[in-house]
Design a protein around this ligand. Structure first.
Ligand SMILES: C[S@@+](CC[C@H](N)C(=O)[O-])C[C@H]1O[C@@H](n2cnc3c(N)ncnc32)[C@H](O)[C@@H]1O
Length: 251
């Protein structure tokens, strides 16, 4: 498999703007295998069921027969829901340990459907070149892995993988909201995973993202955006986004 930096420097790369060398080399070092065994425990302890609810909040856009790509699927705690909606899934992750956890989880819950509806891809997303495009791409807690310089490259690649009328679903940390005191506490709350994953997985170091301008720059518009609370009644510090192409006529 080509190294990420090699891919980005190749003449037929998809993004028109070059990410910085620092961003590229940092992304090539990110490794979630180190936390695969405790990732879901941490997510649950940190958010109550907030993270899990945000992952599937807009899955009603997934229809039976849809081709759905999960990028950076991790342990796949959201994939079962899409499978139950009758979709055909490609579950992609660069970490073999994460993908193995995902495989075991789904094998335990849907053994009969495994050969027909599921495909696993142990791959860097920027290397992924499917034969057919996808109706839905799910990027849950994925884009925040990347340095801000690299997010446009990744988004442009995802847009290129979307079929006409396709949807990009994102669950992630919400951008700063409320007055300056509320924003201060929101940033403190975000600092815990930032420091943890920067240390343990070499995740990129950056502030809270607002995906709206990034999506627009990549040729997408937001059709639905839902704020999700920590636990049940906590502050609305997670969000779910559904985006479609700017030229898509549907609401
Ligand atoms: C923060 S975790 C998110 C996991 C899961 N989607 C969730 O909702 O929690 C990011 C995942 O993206 C994977 N990943 C990071 N960089 C990647 C890349 N360039 N291509 C594919 N997967 C990548 C990591 O291995 C990890 O499993």
């Amino acid at each position: 498999m080509k190294d990420l930096s090699e891919r980005l420097e190749s003449p037929n790369r998809i993004s028109s703007s070059l990410p910085s060398r620092d961003a590229v080399s940092a992304a090539a070092k990110t490794d979630y295998s180190r936390v695969a065994g405790i990732y879901e425990i941490l997510a649950r302890a940190y958010s109550g069921r907030g993270i899990q609810r945000s992952r599937t909040a807009l899955f009603s856009v997934i229809r039976p027969g849809d081709r759905v790509l999960f990028v950076g699927v991790g342990t796949g705690s959201d994939a079962q829901d899409a499978l139950e909606r009758g979709a055909t899934l490609t579950l992609l992750d660069r970490s073999a340990a994460m993908l193995n956890r995902c495989r075991s989880r789904l094998a335990a819950s849907a053994p009969r459907r495994t050969p027909v509806n599921l495909q696993f891809a142990h791959e860097n997303i920027l290397e992924h070149r499917p034969g057919k495009k996808y109706d839905v791409i799910v990027a849950n807690y994925f884009l925040n892995v990347f340095h801000p310089d690299l997010v446009p490259t990744v988004l442009t690649h995802l847009v290129a993988l979307l079929a006409p009328g396709g949807r990009l679903l994102i669950a992630d940390f919400a951008p700063p909201r409320g007055n300056c005191i509320q924003q201060f506490f929101q940033r403190v709350y975000y600092a815990a995973p930032l420091i943890t994953f920067w240390t343990a997985t070499r995740n990129a170091w950056h502030g809270l993202y607002d995906y709206a301008p990034m999506l627009e720059q990549a040729g997408l518009r937001i059709s639905q955006r839902t704020a999700i609370p920590i636990a049940t009644f906590g502050p609305l510090w997670f969000e779910s986004i559904c985006a479609c192409r700017l030229d898509d006529p549907s609401p």
